[in-house]
Design a protein around this ligand. Sequence first.
Ligand code: HMG
Ligand code: MG
Length: 303
Amino acid sequence: MTFPKHIKIVEVGPRDGLQNEAEIISTEDKVKLIEYLGESGLSVIEAGSFVSPKWVPQMADSANVFLDIFRRKGVTYTALTPNMKGLENAINAGVDEVAVFAAASESFSRKNINCSVEESIERFRPLCEEASARNIPVRGYVSCVLGCPYEGSVSPYAVRNVSKDLLDLGCYEISLGDTIGTGTPGNARILIDTVLDDVPLEKLAVHFHDTYGQALANIYAVLEQGVAVVDSSIGGLGGCPYASGAAGNVATEDVLYLLDGLGIETGISMDKILKASWFISGILGRPPASKVANALGDGSPLS
Ligand code: HMG
Ligand code: MG
């Protein structure tokens, strides 16, 4: 079995995690969380999103988060931007990178960003052109790659087509999101094989939510296919406000434990990740949804 030697973990907790919390987390605590995560050796942290505050009030302070965080050398601080207004606000806040987000299902696209899939691609076109003119890399997400909360099953060909559209817009990486976490290793593998017809392996990332407890198994399956970029969320936080019932992303601690066990390099310190996890769980008032965080405690000698 050959796995990639190095995996890049994209930490999405401060965005995908905190966008889904009923209670609004203070800017100060978000900044502290991002600082702990930055200390751990992570190279990419999705720190917020520049979306409509009416749609996702939890992210309304993203500009202040970006203005307040200490920028660690070697860490890319990124944010979601759904349209030109989002890009403008993100640039003013000093993002390093942005991400656009499309869907493989029409119904989810309408519920999440209030337009069709085709309209979303046209909306992203000027955004990608402007970002490129300013040397800001753009990542592309595709949601609902293994199932849609409104339509049920989703064809891997639909995912492939949207991925190709995002690639053609200039996205440097395509993150395939199992938004509702219904995927299993079998269909995850078929999906990767299908998307690989149009997207080179080195540009593919996976983004598994763990609603059905399949995320780690799915990651293991696609690592075997050579996928080398994995999104995860500290403490398994997360969900999507427009995909009700979707559980959090796979926990960063759990992915790290898996990769450490397989001897795959990440450059990330487990102790520091545990500190970040227990910090945010203290703010939220509940233990992390990560088996590893619960097994290992917060990394301090007394835990
Ligand atoms: P809309 O209502 O169609 O937008 O929403 P609009 O252009 O008609 O504007 C309506 C109002 O919103 C206007 O304000 C605009 O100025 C304002 P008003 O005149 O009413 O006062 N507005 C904005 N304000 C701040 N920032 C902006 C912005 N744009 C417009 N960027 C829109 C369309 C896309 C804006 C809205 O649907 C939206 O913000 N959606 C975001 C939903 C979201 O963030 N979902 C969660 C993230 S995706 C996800 O979690 C999946 C992922 O993790 C992968 C996976 O798991 O699959 C990525
Ligand atoms: Mg997500």
